[in-house]
Write a protein that binds this ligand. Structure first.
Ligand code: AHR
Length: 483
């Protein structure tokens, strides 16, 4: 029996809702088809944005969306994507399949998506192939309320009021697709570019520097040493891979060893955050600068027969495990991790949603985000215990409800966990979960509800103790009202 002692009044910080952020890049069918169908489409839409996808995203309370990339961001010239739709520049999306990008989804359409979903905006600017002036003008275009050349242009394009840009990224993967730079060079470029990311509004713009790839600790050290005072956050990218050789392994029909290798790769996030945070502590002991994990998730082989440049992969109960245990890691590091953005929102990598024409399905990962939404902006509480090697958990409280979420990624064994409240009385208890019976259980367009959130009753309450039996391959959230 696993025992966890919960001390509700011993608070361990706030879990930022931004940890539940999404990433939407101009890649494959994420934006086009997945989000944007155009106002003339037969697929039900509001102002060109498909309604089924918006409704699904609203239901999981998406707090923030990162856009337009990714690698695409460092080739994106925002002026291509404004003005009358039919007159916009047609370009080639060189990173992602060499397909035509007609720029029908641009700045105005992105803010319309945010408005419909109820999410805030995280814009990623172009350092790799863009100029300082271009970046400065984009910020002016989006956020300037007064009279200026860019606010005039925005008004001519039909948007009177400025939009709210909460987060702004200065370059993406500048060590790779964003320019192949060395950290010393990028640190200076960051200092220069961010100078012109002007603050036109009262609400502060949160500036994010491009941080390291996975375990590039030198990059983190050089950036923090040379540019920490000029940033609010620094990014980290880490994808879970099922093979150490980095060839992409199948999302379905994989062998048992790849269940565990993918999970091991995801678990590495804990070590990465710990070690990067230790470096950040040297230069920022007060933890002012946030670690922003703005790309994470499983990266598997594309579905057979699909464009290799589109990164379209299926999503199984194994991905539900990855989502749950990674969110648990972010919660644990809530003091440093101020935002995270899973890659990517629709039809790409570890997606929430898959679409095919007018049809849409929610993935097992979607259902974990749904299960976990009580943790958004909740207070992490002290929950101390030794649990089995395949169990990961979070306990938080918000509005008089304690939410305890668990992942049991054993393929064969149920795990019994006893939650013992030291300083609170347990009131009404309910639970729900996401369950698998084989490793690659997933939803398809033929069977869209094979893996879905279900009520869960395998728990008992005795005084201040709640005992839960977690089936193998399960994610469970238990909600206990405080008495
Ligand atoms: O998410 C796919 C790609 O992965 C992003 O464009 C890039 O930033 C990363 O390498």
């Amino acid at each position: 029996m696993n025992k966890i002692q919960v001390t509700l009044n011993r608070e361990k910080g706030k879990i930022s809702r931004y940890i539940y952020g999404q990433f939407a890049e101009h890649l494959g069918r994420c934006i086009y088809e997945g989000v944007w169908v155009g106002a003339d489409s037969e697929i039900p839409n509001v102002n060109g944005i498909r309604q089924d996808v918006v409704e699904a995203l609203k239901a999981i309370k998406v707090p923030v969306i990162r856009w337009p990339g990714g690698c695409f961001a460092d080739e994106y010239h925002w002026k291509d994507g404004i003005g009358p739709t039919e007159e916009r520049a047609t370009i080639v999306n060189t990173h992602w399949g060499g397909v035509t990008e007609n720029n029908h989804f641009g700045t105005h359409e992105f803010f319309e998506l945010c408005r419909q979903v109820g999410a805030e905006a995280y814009i990623n600017g172009n350092v790799g192939s863009g100029t300082v002036q271009e970046m400065q003008e984009w910020v002016e275009y989006m956020t300037m309320d007064g009279i200026s050349p860019m606010s005039k242009l925005r008004r001519e394009n039909g948007q009177d009021e400025p939009w709210k840009v909460r987060f702004f990224g200065v370059g993406n993967e500048s060590w790779g697709c964003g320019g192949n730079m060395r950290p010393e060079y990028y640190a200076d470029l960051y200092r220069r570019y961010q100078t012109y990311v002007r603050q036109y509004t009262k609400e502060p713009l949160y500036k994010i520097a491009c941080g390291p790839n996975i375990d590039d600790y030198n990059w983190m050290d050089v950036l923090m040493k040379n540019a920490a005072p000029f940033m609010d956050g620094i990014s980290l990218h880490h994808y879970a891979l099922a093979s150490v050789w980095e060839d992409k392994r199948p999302a379905l029909g994989f062998p048992e060893k790849e269940w565990f290798s993918l999970i091991d790769s995801a678990l590495k996030m804990d070590e990465l955050i710990t070690r990067h945070s230790t470096i950040m502590d040297k230069y920022d002991p007060d933890k002012r600068v946030g670690l922003i994990v703005d790309e994470w998730g499983s990266w598997l082989a594309v579905e057979p027969g699909t464009n290799p440049g589109f990164l379209y992969q299926q999503n199984t109960i194994r991905d539900a495990m990855i989502a749950s245990l990674t969110l648990n890691i972010f919660h644990k590091h809530a003091e440093r991790v101020q935002m995270a953005n899973i890659a990517q929102m629709v039809n790409v990598l570890q997606a929430m949603i898959l679409t095919e024409g007018a049809e849409m399905i929610k993935t097992p990962t979607y259902h974990v985000f749904d299960l976990y939404k009580n943790h958004q902006d909740a207070t992490l509480v002290d929950a101390d215990g030794a649990v089995s090697g395949t169990t990961s958990y979070t306990v938080s409280k918000k509005d008089g409800v304690m939410t305890a979420s668990f992942c049991n990624y054993s393929l064969t064994d149920a795990e019994t966990v006893m939650l013992s409240l030291v300083d609170g009385a347990v009131g009404e208890v309910t639970a729900e979960g996401v369950f698998g019976s084989k490793m690659d259980d997933h939803n398809s367009f033929e069977n869209p509800e094979a893996v879905a959130k279900q009520a869960f009753t395998d728990f008992s309450v005795d005084g201040n103790e709640v005992t839960i039996t977690l089936p193998p391959m399960s994610v469970v959230s238990v909600y206990a009202k405080e008495n």
